[in-house]
Ligand binder design. Structure first.
Ligand code: BDP
Length: 340
């Protein structure tokens, strides 16, 4: 059913692309409205979906209704890797994409997949909002036909399984689903387990059927995906604070007039602020929801031991100068002294 919907949407967008000038231009009460399609794997009420919708409203308002965002949540247009390609080919205009898919284009982004990199979510926010390296790094993706509009926080990732994970020894031999990136696989090896990379939508069945012993994600995804039903112990390992990004097809962005670009950028800035604000509230709400659904939250995790086990990975990755450059910029925005 979902495949059929995706196919239908893609065909209709393709027809518009071939027939029309820019895709999906429609007329409403005599006014030309350009509809921009945006994909996300998140649910309707996830902070990122709400933020993208908010951006659409602001952009529409600032352009007197000449543009409208149509958001497709719930992996309706496919897993992130596919929606990224759809953006690159201009089949859709925008998508929300995780770091793991962007880092396969530019090594600098691999830095953000280093476990225990940021002190906390506040540090991540400060880095993305103030470091001069960020626009430089974002610009690099433009040669692949997409542009990063803004970063979105995706909270802190913790591990979950059918048993608590309190110490390094608990992870020994465990198969944990991770996002599709080698850095995650390396991290799991340093932690004594192993990684089974797969797309987000496949995780529920993989845990249920025992292909993996557990997974790792933030509270919102743990809740929305209902993974707590089959992996009811959520342990605060706090190993990763990895961002997501809102991306746009470069030709779509370049098709905007200077004035509309400014409106778009302003709407994006407001959406980013909104997402961060919603995130904090949502994490709490998600936590309550999973507990009500039977999950146990494990707070007494030996995070320091996990962190120490992962630190050699920092050195290993920093052998790559592109990673090292970003790493140094991240450290320059850290509040902690004597941090490795
Ligand atoms: C979610 C992130 C998303 C990732 C997903 C995953 O927001 O970008 O793709 O986890 O683990 O929390 O695949």
């Amino acid at each position: 059913m979902r495949k059929k919907r995706i196919l239908l949407l893609l065909i209709s967008i393709l027809v518009f692309t071939v027939v029309g000038c820019r895709s999906n231009t429609v007329t409403e009460t005599g006014q030309k409205v350009q509809i921009w399609n945006i994909a996300s794997i998140q649910t309707e009420t996830h902070p990122q979906t709400l933020a993208v919708k908010k951006m659409g409203e602001i952009f529409s308002e600032l352009t007197n209704g000449r543009y409208r965002f149509e958001v497709y949540p719930n992996e309706l247009l496919g897993p992130q890797r596919e929606t990224l390609e759809q953006v690159q080919y201009g089949i859709i205009e925008m998508a929300v994409i995780g770091n793991a898919n962007i880092s396969s284009f530019e090594d600098g982004f691999l830095t953000f997949e280093m476990p225990f990199l940021f002190d906390d979510e506040e540090h991540q926010k400060r880095f993305f909002e103030t470091s001069e390296i960020v626009p430089e790094l974002f610009k690099k993706t433009e040669s692949y036909n997409f542009k990063i509009v803004t970063f979105f926080t995706a909270g802190t990732r913790n591990m979950y399984a059918s048993k608590p994970i309190r110490a390094l020894s608990d992870l020994k031999g465990m198969k944990i689903r991770t996002a599709e990136s080698d850095t995650y696989a390396k991290m799991m090896r340093y932690l004594g387990g192993s990684a089974t990379p797969m797309s987000f939508g496949e995780v529920f069945t993989a845990i249920q059927s025992g292909v993996v012993d557990g997974a790792e994600n933030n509270e919102a995804s743990y809740n929305n995906s209902k993974h707590y039903e089959i992996a009811p112990y959520y342990s605060y390992t706090k190993h990763l604070i990895v961002p997501d990004y809102l991306i746009v097809n470069t030709n779509a962005y370049d098709s905007l007039s200077q004035e509309d670009k400014e409106a778009f950028d302003e709407a994006a800035r407001k959406a980013a602020e909104y997402e961060i604000k919603l995130w904090a509230e949502d994490a709490e709400r998600s936590k309550e929801a999973v507990i009500a659904g039977g999950a146990t939250m494990i707070e007494d995790v030996d995070v320091e031991a996990l962190r120490n086990a992962c630190l050699p990975l920092h050195d290993e990755l920093c052998a790559n100068p592109e990673i090292k450059k970003v790493y140094d910029a991240v450290m320059a925005t850290s509040d902690k002294k004597n941090k490795k």
